[in-house]
Design a protein around this ligand. Sequence first.
Ligand code: H79
Length: 453
Amino acid sequence: MRNTFMLIALSMVLLSTACNQKTKATEQKDEVVKLSDDERMAWWRDARFGMFIHWGPYAVPGGERDGQICKGGAEWIMDKLDYTIEDYEKDVVGNFNPVNFDADAWVTMAKNAGMKYIVLTSKHHDGFAMWDSKVSDYNIVKRTEFGRDVVKELAEACKKQGIVFCLYHSIVDWHHPEAQAPLYPNYNAGQADQTVVNPEFPKYYENYLKPQVVELLTNYGDLGVVWFDGDWIADYTTEMGKDFYKTIREIQPNTIVNNRVDKGRMGMEGMDMEGDFAGDFGTPEQEIPATGIDSDWEACMTMNGSWGYKPSDTNWKSSEELIQNLVDIVSKGGNFLLNIGPDGLGVFPQESVERLADMGKWTKVNGEAIYGCQASPVDRPEWGRYTSKGNVVYAHVFDWPADGKLMIDANLKVQKASLVTDGQELKLDGATIVLPETASDEFASVIKLELAQ
Ligand code: H79
């Protein structure tokens, strides 16, 4: 009885802080309820599936300049195809006029796909701000004919549709004079040669990078996550990282910050090495860890090979692969942040729209086996993956057995098995489940296993 009461009270606190933090913060500054780390992470751990959006002026050239196509991500075109700052401002920023941008439509597509949060690039390595910044006029409102505040429009659309709004922000800046260019042989020197030191960088950190993030934390309501990138440059230090993390949590105590705010990350694998580093979750990029990890993590991934819009890259992952990636990630205790690179007019590529729709169809039916689920309690089976929730284990069958017999891990004491698709109960024969002839889902068929108490 007492426990039930505590649970209800806790849910109310969680709900009210999630919904009203801004109101409270603006009306009665000292009344923001500071959550414990587990309470603060609760929505994110339940959400499991989010949308990454890489969008900026680089969407205009889409990875191509004078017939040349840049290698890798098209958001790197300024560096990869050697734009001067002046040429980038003129040819790329100068032609950015995304008249078809529709924040509500974007958020609806994320929501219908089953995604629970959106992470938008407020600034990528090119240094261009996608909001009406007072710190610098190198931003979408002051420098484009378009003139609209994209961060604001998306923040509002997310709030309206019940999606958690989050921002990606790059520490690297190829436009700010104190962050790089005149001091380095090329924009990327700080990455290639870790011995190059830029004595001006601390000024950029204090007077530009930090104030811009403070602006975003102050003027756009609650941010679910602040997602940093560019942590690898030698000029950025662990002292800055710890100061940044502290500053952010002072303004929004319940926000979540990724581990790239500090210097603990071990390469693309994304998890922190041993040591005292700031950050709330690990960030494997374009890869899924081989086994489960017993701490918070989120794998980010593209649908083709590029984060920014790149029509020349037609190497799209199939809907099946993307759905199975989501299942694989949740079976290992992680979140899936799946990227979209809208084009220069503000439209999602058709290939992405189709894949989002397929994922939506799947999550609508099988969402109970994803949201609020934890890692598999047993080793991964040959035919697919397991996820778990309390006393239930979900078997996600990727390869439907031809003989109609599904071998279940002997450590699972299954009392009842049923198809998630239609609730149909399945016959149990020891550690074997007797299946219908055809798979219940074309991508991943889910069987609910209720365990003995
Ligand atoms: O925004 C997208 C990319 O543009 C950005 N991250 C995603 C989310 C990105 N920037 N650079 N990279 C990805 C690749 C960088 C790789 C390296 Fe390193 C940086 C190689 C050496 C320094 C990471 C840190 C791997 C080793 C150390």
